[in-house]
Design a protein around this ligand. Sequence first.
Ligand code: UGA
Length: 433
Amino acid sequence: MRVAMIGSGYVGLVSGACFADFGHEVVCVDKDPGKIERLKRNVMPIYEPGLDALVETNVKAGRLSFTTDLAEGMKGAQAVFIAVGTPSRRGDGHADLSYVYAAAEEMAPNIEGFTVVVTKSTVPVGTGDEVERIIREANRQADVAVASNPEFLREGAAIADFKRPDRIVIGVEDDRARAVLEELYRPLYLNQAPIMVTSRRTAELTKYAANAFLATKIGFINEMADLCEKVGANVQDVARGIGLDNRIGSKFLNAGPGYGGSCFPKDTLALIKTAQDNDAPVRIVETVAQSNENRKRAMGRKVIAAMGGDARGRKVGILGLTFKPNTDDMRDSPAIAIIQTLQDAGAQVSAFDPEGVEQAKLVLQNVDYAESPYAALEGADAMVLVTEWDAFRALDLARVKALLKQPVVVDLRNVYRPEEMARHGLSYSGIGR
Ligand code: UGA
């Protein structure tokens, strides 16, 4: 099947490359000529494990191509995906839909034959209705159906998530559209991935509900961690103790510095707005978002407390800047608020991250970027592990101790065992232990 993917960012590129790998013929379209030109040379705009190899294989096989020309990209396409960004709108946190609507408007005149327009971007309930209205108004002859097919990819594991999904959600109002999308995802039937067909609005809301629920799990365990610290309990054991109950489930119960990234912060905010506008406020999600926001700076204060309560003139070595490992994404990373809190209190910060430094430079000022984890710790008054990259899981602790001016370690991801740290003479604090 011929597929056009509008927007060659994270979602569009991963989905496009994976559809091509299933044997479909995919054209990825993007307005940014620099990005398209680099993609043609197999230079990826993002860091995602395995993506460059997947793109290269499918380009060579003639199933995947890139263009800035929307009309060319849509030629013969039975399915046209909208995979453009939906950032938080400045000021009120609503999802900014201007890129989605612009894509709908621009594609309308190029629709030939029956075409399914599929929104993959995360969009508030009712966006599909508006996309359909825009297309029909711009091209009255268009034989078009608009569907919703939210993505559930995690950065860093996106290809595996696409190829072995827990479920595929398809929101359609039209049987022909349903048939096209089922055909598109047919290769996944072999892996027995459940395909759920719902109404368009239900699919749109399912995406937000999933992210809000996952964010709530994290927010819950983070507050439990704070309580554990006060009452002398261990949050990892609490998480295991509740997670073994199948009704709760053990995933997404790792306490940490708060969630970040391009999805949870923005999607919870957008859901809160939609719910308020529809007079059905989601108070639980409002609390989760607020609690998570407060937590990030609280982590900075935790580091200051571990250094004895004063950060002035101290140097802090930060390990990990991205919002999670295996990505270069800095969006809403807890590291930003933590570093700013430390700097506001007068500390100097040196930092190391395996992939995130270039992005970090765009959002953080006055940070010394080190060439290795050890270089970041030289002469520091504290080591702070913010992101659990594999490279930080087996540090040479004797070397760490020798490099630090004060033997203070704050492990915001509970990577290390307290006994092991004590054995190396390091004064250690984790999260909720
Ligand atoms: C998330 C969802 O997991 C995906 O299903 C969804 O498709 C995606 O958003 C999206 O909407 O596009 P992602 O943001 O890539 O994926 O990352 P996650 O692995 O979910 O992590 C999000 C944040 O939660 C990270 O900062 C991570 O460190 C934190 N987290 C996660 C915890 O603090 N504890 C946990 O137990 C799990």
